[in-house]
Write a protein that binds this ligand. Sequence first.
Ligand SMILES: Nc1ncnc2c1ncn2[C@@H]1O[C@H](COP(=O)(O)OP(=O)(O)O)[C@@H](O)[C@H]1O
Length: 284
Amino acid sequence: MAAMNRLLRASFSSYLRRMSTVAPEAGVRFPPGMAAPKMGPGQRRDPRERGVQWVFLGCPGVGKGTYASRLSHLLGVPHIATGDLVREELSSSGPLAQQLSAIVNQGHLVSDEIIIDLLSKRLQNGVAKGETGFILDGFPRTIRQAEILEGVTDIELVINLKLREDVLLEKCLGRRICSQCGGNFNVASIDIKGENGRPGIYMAPLLPPPNCASKLITRSDDTEEVVKERLRIYNEMSQPVEEFYRSRGKLLEFELPGGIPESWPKLLQALNLEDHDDKQSAAA
Ligand SMILES: Nc1ncnc2c1ncn2[C@@H]1O[C@H](COP(=O)(O)OP(=O)(O)O)[C@@H](O)[C@H]1O
């Protein structure tokens, strides 16, 4: 634990040094009622004066990647998804690839040590390129990861995306990636009618442009058996992380009302943010 702390602290301290020199980030306000962000060690400025440090939580298939990526463009901070870091490592011929593939393809979590190591390297590379702030997606996923992160930096806001359980599996099974451009799509068409006082939900598929249509691939861990195991592990290992942040006054719960055109403007509203390109991006 001490070695991991040192590793992550080294990365974050480079961040904190940079942040004291960057210009104010325009238009970032915090949700009403959210506790004022506390200052982390070594931070003297208001955290709103530099890139945000936010985390996205939520079950597999909920759409963390989609919304985290949109917010990162809007706020000018990197979207760092630990699942992407794991997949990059998997597609390399590095020494870890074989070990990781067995774990990921069973729907299990990679060890905290490996994930922290991948994340630290990603952060260090970002610092070298001048990045400030971040939106983390898929990290922390265990209480131990959350405690380590809390010990080395000041997470201001944790957005917990929620979606009814019966839709999550379909969304995961509908995920497709363009093998050429890396674009993410979803061929699942969700149209559940409301019944017994429970509202229905409609989520249109997110279809690829003609260029990508013949190049679509499915993640090897998006099979029904593995997704069910990932959902079970999320409930066991990652749900306690929600409580970790709830008890610290940092958790914003957001129940997705439908697909992107309906959910994106409501998420921005919940975050007190405005997207001037809203009309175009909601249709994307
Ligand atoms: N923070 C983490 N801790 C442990 N394992 C992780 C973490 N982030 C990603 N992984 C590994 O990478 C896989 C894919 O992650 P991700 O793309 O975030 O999937 P999901 O669709 O389940 O949210 C996970 O099933 C897990 O094996």
